[in-house]
Design a protein around this ligand. Sequence first.
Ligand code: ADP
Ligand code: MG
Length: 258
Amino acid sequence: MAKTIAVANQKGGVGKTTTSVNLAAGIALQGKQVLLVDMDPQGNATSGLGLDPRSLQNNIYNCLINKDNIDEVLKKTEIGDLYVLPSNPDLAGAEIELVNMDERERRLWHVLRTIEDRFDYVFLDCPPALGILTVNALCAARSVLIPVQCEYYAMEGLTRLIDSIERVRHSLNPELTIEGIVLTMYDVRNTLARQVSDQVRAHFTDKVYQTTIPRNVTLAEAPSYGRPVLLYNMASTGAQSYLSLAKEFLGHGEKSPG
Ligand code: ADP
Ligand code: MG
């Protein structure tokens, strides 16, 4: 049965999509069957995997709102064992439409139940908000992986996110745990980044991955070629850091959930 992980942080531009795409690709390259679900109407994970969100008639919106069969929507990517459930700008409308629907927080959970025995891991790339789409992801997930950019206010944002996760755990999904925190876009020369990293590690101890993702231009370039960095430039620091995160993640996966 698949383990489902929401990649979430209500802040935009912290590396959620980059982490979702490249961690999912790294794990698929380790021989696991992986599905990446693009829960962001901006569709950056979809385009980062080489699909054009605007041209996709069948997308996650159809599954969430019309209960379309997921098999009509899933797409295989260039990495054989990695599949994507693509997004489209229509998903922005789902935020509003879901409000009056039955079991509005559990729509994604119902969608994913039908495929959970076909994948080892399902990653949910969340939008930069704590709205109904992210709540759907937190209801469908077993754990939350949190990318954190080492900058001012990172701790405040993290505390708010953890409060929201607690609320979802109490009201909707008692199984939900924190998978781990990954520090992203790290620049060793930046004193503030070092201080924030130390602070996050001191506070969240073993919940923080040993692997830190450095700021690396190749990671920012790869999406414009529609490829995970592991296909675009395997030798780059960015690719190697996500490969190392994938290995660490798979090690974490064997520990009992904390
Ligand atoms: P989010 O999904 O949280 O909004 P993204 O993953 O889209 O964040 O990242 C925001 C921007 O920063 C994107 O343009 C992305 O290519 C770039 N980026 C992400 N991680 C890195 C990194 N480690 N080094 C350099 N650029 C990065
Ligand atoms: Mg994103």
